[in-house]
Ligand binder design. Structure first.
Ligand code: PEP
Ligand code: MG
Length: 589
């Protein structure tokens, strides 16, 4: 038995057999044709493109059904490319003028495009290289008379092991047979991770050594709760995990009953549980699990999935789709685009950045791309006339920045006033607190916003100087580090002083142990991935505020992360053992 740790991206446990996808390096030898063969070759090329489009349409339709419109848009980019004359015409020209085979023409054209995209300074283009390779493979496979969905014939209970996976591959999995996956590359924000979460498939990425460690056909457990892959587990481990899956099922059924119950502590204090979403389609399932609104809509995914920069109408439609799902009263906190760093930057970025996490990202980027920013603000304001919309700025690090953003918002409001377009004049404006400078200055910020939302994902990385996407320093990435906790405490106090609400929307908030501490520190709204809502509700309904405060006081007395974590673990499991029934226990394997 061997355990490989990776990055947890999609919860759940899967036990199955490994299907190891070797790297399919594209090897196409150049082949020349006779003048008389040109017509036949062009026909082969056209047919292959046509069939690839048809296949992609099917993948798109399937993805729409399984993951919703927004997530499926990834494949519209693929379809758009295959219909784009600037890609297709050069292929035909190569066959005609250089008399090369259809395969050679396809291979050359895609390679040139890949190189062009890879050398562009902007990560928006660089990250599309994968998609282009994916497309090239698809067309070449079709030319060779194969279909790319080589995974359709896999056995039941298959676990895909790969160096990396493209979104097409991931969405093309036969969901009745493929039950989990793990890759050597990738981080939480990679396409594959997004698709896996949207499919609800247990997944671990960033494992680094899997491909060498897993024999094809080996028994494998994916522990998506802990981010580990157990290769050839021994009987004991296998039994424990089997028991655990059963437990999880029962637990899940039990949790359904909780969905409609109020999220209040035993002493009747409400702790609001909201969902973090990337796509409007995630709202329905989140509400079913008992969430009461959207605390964080990561609108940058509108840029990630579309082939072009979203228009005002694209924004507006996405927001109204959210409001349709939420109804008129439930909150929708729309965060303005948080592009850059690990997420796509805009095509307009002029200079490559040496240090993009500290670079022109998020609100900084928006403030320098005013037409794009104003387009989004207009759409948010228009949507605010239709429901309980709030607006939130990401990565604010100085007061000047916040004031600048608010000034732009006022400009856009004035434009709408002049044009007689309606919006909510009392729209609540908040900010993420995810940079240490904002946490330290929270009292000043509290005078100028209506709410704070603590983003632990970034706050941890910037406080501890640990790249949140780098698997090599993952052990130093510690949400329970006392330095981080002191920041959070300060922000909550500042919020209380300034009489504004403070929520937490980082991943850590979805962990019941950590949530116990946050509630004890005074946080009354937690915004988390939908699947984390039920366990949190169970926690909330089982504890009193007094108990949480006692836990927080004690936790704040430690000066090392190890002590804090150990204490939280033991207290949480004593106070609310049932909140942990459905989770993989850390030392399971
Ligand atoms: C955060 O930083 O905690 C956060 C919620 O935002 P994101 O993960 O989108 O950076
Ligand atoms: Mg963030």
């Amino acid at each position: 038995m061997r355990i490989v740790r990776g990055i947890q991206v999609s919860n759940g446990i899967a036990i199955g057999r490994a299907f190891v996808l070797e790297d399919a390096a594209r090897r196409v030898s150049a082949r020349w044709i006779q003048p008389g063969e040109v017509e036949t070759e062009l026909e082969r090329l056209d047919n292959a493109l046509e069939r690839s489009r048809a296949d992609l349409n099917a993948v798109y339709a399937e993805a729409q059904r399984e993951m919703g419109d927004e997530a499926a848009k990834i494949f519209l980019f693929h379809l758009g490319m295959l219909s784009d004359p600037s890609l297709v015409d050069p292929m035909r020209a190569l066959v005609q003028s250089e008399r090369v085979s259809a395969e050679t023409a396809v291979d050359r054209t895609f390679r040139e495009l890949e190189e062009r995209f890879a050398s562009m300074p902007d990560t928006a283009f660089q990250t599309k290289v994968n998609d282009i390779e994916d497309l090239a493979d698809r067309v070449l496979a079709t030319l060779g008379g194969q279909r790319l969905e080589s995974l359709t014939g896999v056995e039941e209970d298959t676990i895909i092991i790969a160096r990396d996976l493209t979104p097409t591959q991931t969405a093309g999995f036969d969901r009745n047979r493929v039950i989990g996956m793990a890759t050597d590359l990738g981080g939480r924000t990679s396409h594959t991770a997004i698709v896996a979460r949207a499919l609800g498939m247990p997944a671990v990425v960033g494992c680094r050594e899997l491909l060498d460690a897993v024999p094809h056909g080996a028994a494998v457990i994916i522990d998506g709760d802990r981010g580990s892959v157990i290769i050839q587990p021994d009987e004991d481990t296998l039994d424990r995990y089997k028991g655990y899956i059963e437990q999880q099922e029962t637990y899940r059924l039990g949790l359904r009953e909780l969905a409609d119950m109020p999220s209040v502590t035993t002493d009747e204090v409400e702790v609001t549980l909201q969902g973090n979403i990337e796509f409007p389609g995630e709202i329905g399932p989140m509400l079913e699990l008992g969430g009461s609104g959207v605390g964080l809509y990561r609108t940058e995914f509108l840029f990630l999935t579309g082939a072009t920069v979203p228009t005002e109408q694209d924004h507006f439609e996405a927001y109204t789709a959210c409001l349709d799902a939420l109804g008129p009263d439930r909150a929708l906190v729309i965060r303005t685009v948080d592009l850059g760093a690990d997420k796509y930057t805009q095509a307009q970025a002029e200079f490559p950045e040496r240090n993009p996490f500290l670079g022109n990202r998020s609100i900084r980027y928006c403030l320098r791309s005013l037409p794009m920013f104003k387009t989004q603000l207009r759409a948010i304001l228009r949507a605010s006339a239709l429901g309980n919309v709030r607006i939130m700025f990401p990565l604010v690090s100085t007061l000047a920045e916040l004031r600048h953003a608010r000034m732009i918002l006022r400009d856009v409001m004035e434009d709408l006033d002049e044009q007689g377009v309606g919006y909510d004049h009392d729209l609540k404006v908040g900010m993420m607190v995810e940079v240490p400078s904002a946490a330290v200055m929270a009292r000043s910020f509290a005078k100028e916003v209506d709410f704070f939302s603590i983003g632990t994902n970034d706050l941890v990385q910037y406080t501890l100087a640990v790249d949140r996407t780098n698997e090599r320093v993952a052990n130093l990435y510690q949400p329970a580090n006392p330095a981080v906790l002191r920041m959070i405490r300060e922000v909550v106090r500042a919020g209380r002083n300034g009489k504004i609400s403070v929520s937490c929307c980082g991943e850590a908030a979805g962990d019941p142990e950590y949530a116990l501490l946050l509630i004890g520190l005074g946080v009354r709204t937690l915004s988390v991935t939908g699947s984390s809502v039920p366990a949190l509700k169970r926690l909330v309904r089982s504890v009193s505020i007094k108990q949480c405060e006692r836990v927080a006081r004690k936790a704040m007395s430690f000066d090392s992360e190890v002590e804090v974590s150990a204490y939280l673990r033991s207290r949480a499991r004593k106070l609310v053992p049932e909140a942990f029934d459905g989770r993989a226990v850390e030392d399971r394997a």
